[in-house]
Structures are given as C-alpha cells and as structure tokens.
Design a protein around this ligand. Structure first.
Ligand SMILES: [Zn+2]
Length: 153
C-alpha cells in the first residue's frame, strides 16, 4: 500500500480565535450559579416523577421528559466517579499540568458534576475517594466560584 503522505511535509500554524459573547443563563443555570455565589450552596433539581436529582440542574427531566422538578440542596462533598489527568500543556488549559478533571457525584445527587480535582499527589487519586468543594473567597456567579474539589477529611 502506498503512503500518500510520504512526501508531505507536516506543517503546523499557530493561531488564536477570540470570540467574546454574552448569554443569558436562564432560570435553571442562573439559580444554580447564584446559590453558589451568594450562599456557597450547590443546588440540584429533583424530578417529582422518578426522584432523580440532577447536578448540574436540569430544567426538564431527561428520563421522564417532564418539567415538574423541585430544587434541592445537595452536599458540597461526594464521591469521585471518574477522572482523567491531562499531562500535556495545551494553550487552552488555564492551569499548569498535570490537571485533573473529575466527575464528582455529590451527596444527594444522582448525576456527576465535572470539575477540577486537586490532590497533593496525583498518583494517589482513586475512583471512589471522597472529595469536597473548595469555594473561592471572591465569587462572581460562574462555575469557577468553586475553585476545585479536594480530598474530604
Ligand atoms: Zn424523571
């Protein structure tokens, strides 16, 4: 089989795209972010029909496809369901590698939230370990009001 790329010089160009925009969070995401900003409370939405609690909150239950949901405060700590460690410093990464992204299922929630995980030794991170939210002192109404999740004592 002929390698059609044998004589092709690999070329890479550096570039950047900056697309500033604003968007309305809507009631569901707005309530979620404001609760974190103003009260350090992490809120989920519980489906009245199937009793599943979603964090981040959903306006409509993705299982029942209905919007009879209630707000419920979940615990700011939970269990690490999965994780990945990024070891290559990409320009899009705002943190210095290694960066750990984790899926954390908070107490009272049935779904996991994606966030940064920080541990003293990244080789000791384990699925099932208990983590807690580390809130920023200055909060602005974004998911980054939670700086990261750290091991719970
Ligand atoms: Zn449901």
């Amino acid at each position: 089989m002929t390698d059609i790329f044998a004589d092709v010089e690999p070329m890479v160009f550096k570039s950047g795209i900056n697309v500033p925009y604003t968007w309305w969070t809507g009631e569901t995401a707005g309530t979620f972010f404001m609760s974190i900003r103003d009260e350090k409370k992490i809120m989920g939405r519980k489906c009245i029909k199937c009793n599943k609690t979603y964090v981040p909150p959903r306006k409509v239950c993705p299982v029942c496809f209905q919007d009879e949901m209630e707000w419920i405060e979940v615990r700011p700590e939970g269990v690490l369901d999965s994780f990945t460690i990024v070891r290559r410093q990409l320009a899009s990464l705002p943190r210095k590698v290694p960066v750990i992204f984790g899926l954390i299922r908070l107490g009272g929630a049935d779904t996991s939230i994606l966030h940064y995980v920080e541990v003293a030794d990244h080789r000791k991170i384990k699925i099932g370990m208990r983590l807690k939210a580390k809130f920023c002192d200055e909060r602005n109404g974004t998911i980054h009001d939670i700086a990261c999740f750290v091991p719970a004592e």
